[in-house]
Design a protein around this ligand. Structure first.
Ligand SMILES: Cc1ncc(COP(=O)(O)O)c(C=O)c1O
Length: 392
């Protein structure tokens, strides 16, 4: 028998980076020692205290039953306490916190839960490609808002046409930013809250890299902004903060109508998460080792950023210095498109990078470097690229 996929699935965006993975695998099969800077998967293990806590909870039969649909009250309380202590923002754990199997789920289900076919929302360009899956599943339209180097990769709210702002229902933002490594400022977020109120646009802050800030500066949470809870929500994932990308655990905090809609759609899709995982997540957030474990993770990325940026400067390749995340957003030399440049690096230097156009039209002219290997290998990658004399 042959089965056709639904029209809904036909509308899903193609996975741009599948092509890159295929090219890299081919080179590896040919025996090339590829230095892969194209990925976004944390390379180090989850901190030991979280692994040990999980082992303990997995052995407890109480965690083997169905979870409450909307997750353990103690986990929602721990999430609310975490935000209160860290960002001074207060949330009612039952009404203003939603538990998620990774933040990607929340980002993708949100249009489905809160918009109607034909509605419009705003997405950053360049931006995390999976935002587009939500538009396809929710059958909604999106308008992209450019993130430009001259604005430190923050959207210029004054440049969003009045008509677009008026018809938009939501605006997705992501700082610290994938792919550019830019961070938001309190002033920008204050302006964003006023803009959101003026045009009645819900703000969806994707704080996936919320823990990863450099130069002694912790990234600003949107929820620190006065009035933020009134206009939006923030997604917080364990994937990057605690190297837990494979565990699939996150939460959202903020406006209770948005949280209720996310919880409602999830009542029909999931039975929350494995209770042992939720218990381990509470321990991840509350254990005394938390801050030192996170500091080790962040310190490692900062060391890699420094090594990479310094080596790149030496070959005349000037970075937009990343202030957070584990990415560097690097310009493409004149005469190449992002994809052509990425191909040259792979074929002539054995270095894989992610072409910027995969993140949107305004990603053209850049490539994204993942700082997910040790500093020596990053420097070796830059030295191999230097030998091509593309920046002389
Ligand atoms: C900007 C951004 N948002 C969300 C996610 C998804 O994270 P999670 O593992 O919580 O689904 C990622 C993962 O790479 C990301 O880069």
């Amino acid at each position: 028998m042959k089965f056709e996929q639904s029209r809904l699935l036909d509308g899903l965006p193609k996975q741009f980076f599948a092509n890159l993975v295929a090219k890299v695998n081919k080179k590896v099969d040919e025996g090339v020692d590829v230095i892969n800077l194209g990925q976004g998967n944390p390379d180090k293990p989850t901190p030991d205290y979280i692994v040990k806590s999980t082992q303990k909870w997995v052995a407890d039969p109480q965690t083997h039953k169905y979870s409450l649909f909307r997750g353990l009250p103690a986990f929602k309380q721990a999430a609310a306490d975490f935000y209160h202590k860290k960002y001074g923002a207060q949330f009612d754990p039952e009404k203003e916190v939603a538990i998620l199997g990774g933040s990607k789920i929340g980002l993708v289900e949100l249009p489905w839960a809160l918009m109607n076919p034909g509605d419009t929302y705003l997405l950053p360009d360049p931006g995390y490609p999976d935002y587009l899956s939500g538009a396809a599943l929710g059958k909604v339209n999106f308008v992209t808002v450019p993130l430009l180097a001259e604005n430190n990769f923050l959207p210029d709210l004054d440049a969003i046409p009045e008509e677009t702002a008026k018809k938009a229902k939501f605006f997705y933002l992501n700082y610290p930013n994938n792919p550019t490594g830019a961070v938001a400022t309190p002033e920008f977020y204050e302006k964003l809250v006023s803009w959101a109120k003026k045009y009645q646009v819900g703000i969806i802050s994707d704080f996936a890299y919320g823990a990863i800030g450099f130069d002694g500066k912790a990234p600003v949470s949107f929820m620190q902004t006065p009035g933020a809870k009134d206009v939006g929500i923030e997604f917080y994932t364990f994937s990057k903060t605690f190297n837990m990308a494979g565990w699939r655990i996150a939460f959202a905090v903020g406006n209770q109508d948005i949280i209720e809609a996310l919880n409602l759609i999830q009542d029909h899709l999931f039975v929350s998460l494995f209770p042992a995982l939720q218990r381990a997540a509470i321990d991840a957030l509350t254990a005394p080792q938390r801050d030192s474990a996170v500091a080790t993770i962040v310190g490692r990325y900062e060391e890699r950023r420094n090594a990479f940026v310094e080596a790149a400067e030496k070959i005349g390749w000037h970075a937009f210095i990343p202030r957070g995340t584990f990415y560097a957003w690097m310009p493409v030399p004149a005469g190449y498109t992002s994809e052509q440049f990425a191909d040259v690096l792979l074929n002539k230097a054995g270095v894989a990078v992610a072409p910027g156009n995969g993140f949107g039209t305004h990603g053209e002219g850049y490539v994204r470097i993942g700082l997910l290997i040790e500093p020596e290998r990053l420097v070796e990658a830059v030295n191999r690229i230097g030998k091509l004399h593309l920046f002389d």
